[in-house]
Ligand binder design. Sequence first.
Ligand SMILES: C[S@@+](CC[C@H](N)C(=O)[O-])C[C@H]1O[C@@H](n2cnc3c(N)ncnc32)[C@H](O)[C@@H]1O
Length: 276
Amino acid sequence: MNNAIKHIQQERKKYAKDWCVDAKKFSEDKDYEWMENVIKSYKTVIEVGCGDGSSTLELCNAGHNVISIDENIECLKLTKNKLEQAGYIVSLIKRESLLILNEKRYKVNYSKIDDKLYGNSILLIEGDIIEDSKLLQWLKNNRPYDAIVCWLIGTHGYRIYNDIISDRKIKTPGDYRLIVQNRIYEIADELLRVNGVLQIVDRGETPDKASIKEDFIEGHKEQASVTSLIVNSLAYRNYDNNIDNGTKMNITIGNKMEVPNKLPNGSLISVISVKP
Ligand SMILES: C[S@@+](CC[C@H](N)C(=O)[O-])C[C@H]1O[C@@H](n2cnc3c(N)ncnc32)[C@H](O)[C@@H]1O
């Protein structure tokens, strides 16, 4: 059992460390600036997945009120550190208790979040956006929000043994992204104010041909179809895929979530949906 805990910790640490490599490149290339620009006029933002905090810092520096949610404590710790070094006041809300069922199955229980006020601090909340009823309840109590962003979602290797993932038969990074994003569409429907936006950013094949762009939009329309959200616009920006030691996150092709060996022509793709 202790082995399983050790493995979870190792995988989380490895993921967080590897993501620093990717995030450094995205920061240097001003990709986070580009992503933030799309939602500039939306003040209160929920971020799903803080990574090493580079994306969160971009949101804070641009003046948003930020609540960031992550299931990986190592990512939350890196983010807290990064934001504090930049001079921000940060509250990290730890909520996890791990339950090891056997070597290949674990469960996470998340505690209730206090309704106390956190002042003007930036909130980092430990939680799993796929299934975490206490988090959702807290977010509902504090709604509405102007924007929800999910930039470049991905996860660590041990997550396949989490009951939430194995019960849903999630096998590939593409499946994972789809499940997380589908859930975020549903949550956005409950939490956003009228005319608030959901922004999903993925890496994928450059949608410079009408057919690729339509494929992408259709994929998101399907995801939004169980909600009232309206898929509104797509923007993209070429990015350099040559990172040697990063997380090597797989790529989304059109709406099919396939995994090519080599991406000939890759972009960051931002899709905006609006709450009517
Ligand atoms: C690839 S990183 C991207 C981080 C950041 N958005 C960025 O663009 O740099 C994905 C982050 O999402 C987090 N994550 C993945 N699945 C999640 C879930 N179900 N709930 C909360 N956070 C999740 C991971 O732990 C990781 O920190």
